[in-house]
Design a protein around this ligand. Sequence first.
Ligand code: K1U
Ligand code: ZN
Length: 171
Amino acid sequence: MALREILIIGDPILTAKSDPVEDITDDIVCLARDMVETVHAAPGIGLAAPQVGVSKRIIVVDLSVGEDKDALHILINPVIVATEGQCVGEEGCLSVPDIKEKVARPCRVVARGFDLDGRTVEVEGEDLLARALCHEVDHLDGILFIEKLSALKRSLIKKKFKRKAAAAKTA
Ligand code: K1U
Ligand code: ZN
C-alpha cells in the first residue's frame, strides 16, 4: 500500500466526470487500498478516486478514520438509490483545505455499488454518513461541495485558491 497525493481545487481532474470501473483488476484493488491508507493518513472520513488523480468511480468512506474496520466502506461504481429528508450540516473537503461551510444534503441515503470482490453492496447512512456518501459520489461527477454554496462564497473561495496557486508558482 502507498500514500497518494491529494489534488487541490484548480486541478481539472476534480471537475471531470469519472469513468465507470469495468473490471476489478489488481490495479483497482491496489488503488482502493491506497485510497484507504491516504484518507486515514490525511486524516479524513472519505475520499474519491479523482481526488488522487484517477478518473474512476471508486469511493471510500470511514467515519471512524481507521479505528473500526466495520466502519470502512469501499464502493465501486456507487449510485445513491434512495434519499430521505434534508439536513444542513458542516462540510469540508480534502481538496479544498481549511474551508468548512454549511451544506444541505439528504438526512438519509442508500448507496449501492460493488465491493472489491465484485459483490453488490448497499450502505445505508444517516446524518454524517449520508453526507459523506453524497459528497464522495458528487466527486465522481466532478462536483465539489463549494458548488452547493452561494455564488459569492464560491467565487471568494475559488479566488483564494487561485491566489495561493499563483503564489506557489512564483516562490
Ligand atoms: O472527500 C473529501 O474531501 C473528504 C472529506 C469528506 C467529508 C467531510 C465532511 C462532510 C462530508 C464529507 C473529509 O473527510 S474533510 C475532513 C474531515 O471531515 C475529518 C477529518 C478528521 C476527522 C474527522 C473528520
Ligand atoms: Zn471532498
